[in-house]
Design a protein around this ligand. Structure first.
Ligand code: PLP
Length: 386
């Protein structure tokens, strides 16, 4: 049987990170995987997380099963954080293993409810989106979102592609800190998308993986609020990996926004049933940590301070790289950890071989992978290489 297996490629970003880990050069720079690093090059456990873990260690009195819905207190705290108080009775949610698990579960619900719906995805996008859609067997439609060569958002092309979508098709949108372009829609563009989506009967799947990494917690959900306040149905896939630094704890949630409490309830029931046959129930620890932080005033303040520190460091690095490379004029204005540079693959290879700078093959760089001291060498190497 095993000989019959097709060769499935390893995830290119994870493979690049592994190659960097094995590189003995001391001055290597890893801009591959999307994890935050501090100015010492470390992905820290946030102190609010450590404090919550201490409280859990003392207070947790059982390791019995949770349920396929996960930790309902966590889900309701994330709902408030991510979505605010928009028509709460039209919203339902379940805990998922990370934002990736939330995207997967949304796709499974779509496949069950509307097997012939297509999912429209803007290019470029997070490297795991299309593989997840394919794994679930959804038909994929694409639209151009960002042109890497000219470093511009292609909003008109996006609108005209979405006009070819049929009623009931799904539109994937990144809530904030677009991965991999760092380029988000303006609020006016969000309004135009919300209007088009509602007029044509499309269903947004909003991927919200970086709340707090763009402009701030409330600001980063403004586009999502615009969409939810005008559409009939939507999904929101949420990740706590980045903003709580909980990557390996696999902490996230999937929300459904429907027209009435009955259809929302039915969808949540389907989400629980689909979770049960996939991962049975989500891991407890990350959600328990987030729930502890968000429901404790002092820990919540600590976390907000640490989130602000992460955001401000990324902004500082962005500004320094942007100043050093005026030919990439958008860099300084983009948001979140990523930007995508118009680099040839030969240039990317040369940077890795000659300068120990690891950049993903599509030119995506994780700015949080640079320390302040790395910036001059990075800027020099890239400018020389191009
Ligand atoms: N969605 C986007 C756009 C991402 O960039 C990521 C992670 O890189 C995810 C979802 C998934 O995050 P998680 O690690 O929580 O599964």
């Amino acid at each position: 049987m095993f000989q019959a297996l097709p060769d499935l490629p390893a995830d290119a970003v994870l493979a690049l990170a592994e190659a960097c880990r094995n590189d003995p050069r001391r001055d290597k720079i890893d801009l591959s995987v999307g994890v935050y690093r501090n100015d010492n090059g470390v992905t820290p456990v946030l102190s609010a997380v450590k404090a919550a873990e201490h409280l859990l260690l003392e207070g947790q009195d059982t390791k019995s099963y949770v349920s396929p819905l996960g930790d309902t207190k966590f889900v309701s705290l994330i709902r408030e954080l991510a979505i605010g108080n928009i028509e709460v009775d039209r919203l339902g949610g379940v805990q998922t293993p990370g934002g990736g698990g939330a995207v997967r579960l949304a796709c499974e619900v779509i496949k069950l409810a509307a097997p012939f719906s297509r999912i429209f995805v803007g290019l470029p996008t997070w490297g795991n989106h299309i593989p997840i859609f394919e794994a679930v067997g959804l038909e994929i439609g694409t639209y151009t979102y960002y042109d890497v060569i000219s470093q511009t958002l292609r909003f008109d092309e996006m609108l005209s592609s979405l006009k070819s979508a049929r009623r009931g098709d799904i539109v994937l949108l990144h809530a904030t800190c677009h991965n991999p372009s760092g380029t988000d829609l303006s609020l006016d563009q969000w309004r135009a998308i919300a209007q088009l989506v509602e007029e044509r009967g499309l269903i947004p799947l909003i991927d919200f993986a970086y709340q707090g990494f763009g402009d701030g917690l409330e600001q980063d959900r403004e586009g999502l609020e615009i969409v939810l306040s005008s559409v009939s149905e939507a999904f929101v896939a949420y990740s706590c990996s980045k903003n709580f630094g909980l990557y390996r704890e696999r902490t996230g949630a999937l929300f459904v926004y429907g027209t009435n409490p009955v259809s929302v309830g039915r969808t949540v029931q389907a989400m629980a049933a689909l979770a049960r046959v996939n991962w049975s129930m989500p891991p407890d620890h990350g959600a328990a940590v987030v729930g502890t932080i968000l429901s404790n005033t002092a820990l919540r303040q600590d976390w907000l301070r640490e989130l602000t520190t992460m955001r401000e460091r990324i902004l500082k690095i962005r500004a320094a790289v942007g100043r050093g490379m005026p030919e990439f004029s958008q860099l300084g204005a983009q948001k979140g950890m990523f930007s995508t540079l118009p680099l040839h693959s030969a240039t990317i290879d040369r940077l890795r071989k000659d300068d120990a700078i690891y950049i993903v093959g599509n030119g995506r760089i994780n700015l949080a992978g640079l320390t302040t001291d790395d910036v001059p060498r990075f800027v020099d190497s890239v400018r020389r290489a191009v």
